[in-house]
Design a protein around this ligand. Structure first.
Ligand code: B12
Ligand code: SF4
Length: 513
């Protein structure tokens, strides 16, 4: 442990109290003797398809807290949709308190120039050591403008320091900072002390960092480019390191019932999976879920993981049109691979959640029909989540959509803030007739009690194309039937009323049902 740095740091997470990245940074700062306060400014409500903008009262509570805490530096973590909120916070901190504000996270990494119009500094890449060295220099009164990993606004210009090597050995990092001490949540015009997520029954957990793919709509396509030459992209923690952390967290999360591995692609290595499966089953024993890429799916590995408690796997379909996957999404996955994945999960009795992207102007009706056909070929039961295509700054897909004139700059997230108004698909949104028609049909495919032949028959009805409201009413009704069936089953299994209500809310939004 280093000598105390004597630096006071305030870390701010926007719309996420999970904030694993920021919790890692906090833990590393604390380990090195910094005083850290962590504020969760606004919460994402996963059950809700909209996010409310902060109220004046909430901004007021935040600034009162800054006044009380008087940090030496403020670090804000943000995704693109929260650019406006981060800007309001930052401008006021700069004007009233004259302390430097550093931004990190997704948006500064994909739109650094835009961010440096507001922030004093931005962190590119991983923040643990950048933030630690920044705190070190601030507390020693030293210049930090040449610190690797930082871009610094200086007068009219920008100092662009090189990005640091990615952290090779994740086992050497202290575990993310969970605990009630020095944590605050500002939401619904109130400030609450303590860690807002400790009462949860599920825990988001990272076993690795980085994604080997570069899908054109995803920010990883930019990260991959950015970190080329700065070390391995995908890094995985050792099994013991993971199991030790979960064991410790079981004591903090008193209601813990499930682990959600949120790694982009969970595992593909047989030896690691075998060790993980046996140790997880023996020492943790909780059901878990993870994400998997269809090109990485392996029967033997899934079987081992199922034996250890794997309940649910999320697989990105995005589109059933191989043309769209290959040429537009830069994500070449064959439908045969997708069906094989579905069959395997079905055989192993692991519930799949399939993700779809809708409202994509590159798709025509032929592509949409292919998506529907693929969904109809997948074995049921499965859950379906639909997301409208969101245009993140500077991704290859956004650039192409701008070039082709499909969108204008104001549709790009950070200006559009679509995440605020619509981050998953619900029927109450004013979809075009065409979109409503297809979204309703997709939604019907995940209802095992609706015969596939009937859905195919509906697809050919010109009347429904013109009047898709009828179809979306049918989709809503079938959603409610499925929800009622799930509720009955869960009552039988003794699940709490709260859990059932939560699922009901998600399902009403036609999300994950
Ligand atoms: C896991 C995940 C989720 C989980 C979050 C759970 C959780 N526990 O955090 C869930 C499923 C809930 C989720 C939801 C959503 N997500 Co998400 N998610 C991710 C994912 C796969 C990993 C994030 C992560 O934890 N990474 C690991 C940590 C260690 O890294 P990190 O967060 O980047 O933090 C490091 C650095 O960035 C830096 N850093 C971060 N903050 C700061 C702050 C300071 C001051 C400093 C110095 C450094 C610093 O240091 C950290 C530690 O090294 C990313 C993809 C990705 N590669 O980032 C997408 C991603 C962040 N999600 C994204 C989106 C859009 C969403 C959704 C809107 C869903 C949607 N419709 O697409 C919702 C958002 C809801 C909301 N209100 O926030 C986008 C963001 C795009 C953008 N430009 O904003 C990403 C990039 C994926 C993509 N589509 O490209 N997500
Ligand atoms: S596989 Fe998933 S996380 Fe990786 S680049 Fe593609 S969409 Fe992004």
């Amino acid at each position: 442990m280093a000598d105390g740095l004597g630096c006071k740091v305030l870390l701010v997470s926007l719309y996420s109290s999970d904030a694993i990245g920021l919790r890692y940074i906090s833990a590393n700062l604390k380990k090195n003797g910094c005083d850290v306060d962590l504020v969760f400014f606004k919460e994402k409500i996963l059950e809700s398809d909209t996010l409310t903008l902060p109220t004046d009262e909430e901004y007021g509570l935040f600034f009162r807290l800054v006044r009380d805490l008087r940090p030496d530096v403020v670090g804000i973590s943000l995704r693109s949709a929260f650019f406006r909120t981060a800007s309001v916070l930052t401008k006021k901190i700069q004007a009233e308190f004259q302390m430097p504000v550093v931004w990190g996270g997704t948006h500064p990494n994909i739109a650094p120039e835009e961010c440096l119009k507001i922030a004093d500094l931005i962190c590119l890449g991983e923040g643990e050591f950048v933030m630690m060295e920044l705190a070190q220099r601030i507390s020693a009164g030293q210049d930090y403008s040449a610190l690797p990993g930082l871009w610094v606004r200086k007068g009219e210009g920008i100092i662009r320091n090189p990005i640091r090597e990615s952290i090779r050995d994740l086992d050497h990092l202290p575990y993310p900072d969970y605990g009630h001490q020095r944590k605050y949540l500002i939401e619904q015009n109130r400030i609450m002390s303590g860690d807002p997520i400790l009462g949860r029954f599920n825990l988001d957990f990272l076993a690795s960092r980085g994604c080997p793919y570069h899908c054109a709509f995803c920010c990883n396509s930019i990260f991959l480019e950015q970190s080329r030459g700065s070390g391995p992209i995908v890094r995985r923690r050792s099994v013991d390191n993971i199991i030790d952390e979960i064991e410790a967290l079981k004591k903090k999360f008193v209601n813990l019932k499930r682990i959600d591995f949120i790694d982009e692609v969970f595992v593909w290595d047989r030896a690691w999976s075998s060790e993980f499966a046996s140790k997880y089953a023996r020492r943790i024993g909780l059901p878990f879920q993870c994400n998997q890429h269809p090109n990485m799916v392996n029967r033997e590995i899934l079987k081992m993981l199922k034996g250890a408690g794997l309940e649910r796997v999320t697989v990105g379909i995005q589109s059933g049109s191989e043309r769209i996957c290959r040429d537009v999404y830069d994500r070449p996955i064959s439908n045969e691979a997708m069906i094989k994945t579905g069959q395997l999960l079905y055989e192993l009795r692991i519930t799949p959640t399939y993700d779809l992207i809708v409202d994509n102007p590159f798709e025509d009706d032929d592509d949409r029909m292919k998506t529907l056909e693929l969904l109809l070929r997948l074995p049921r039961p499965f859950l379906l989540r639909m997301f409208p295509l969101t245009y993140f700054p500077n991704t290859p897909l956004t650039r192409r959509a701008l070039d082709r004139g499909f969108i204008t700059e104001d549709r790009v997230e950070s200006r559009a803030e679509r995440t605020h108004s619509k981050w998953f698909v619900t029927m109450d949104y004013p979809w075009s007739r065409l979109q409503r028609f297809w979204i309703s049909l997709y939604s019907l495919t995940s209802k095992s009690f609706i015969p596939k032949r009937f859905i195919r028959w509906l697809t050919g009805r010109a009347f429904l194309r013109k009047n898709p409201l009828l179809l979306s009413n049918l989709a809503t009704l079938s959603n409610n039937i499925k929800l009622a069936m799930i509720a009955f089953k869960w009552f039988g299994e003794g699940k709490s009323f709260k859990t059932i209500l939560r699922q009901r809310k998600r399902g009403q939004g036609h999300w994950q049902i």
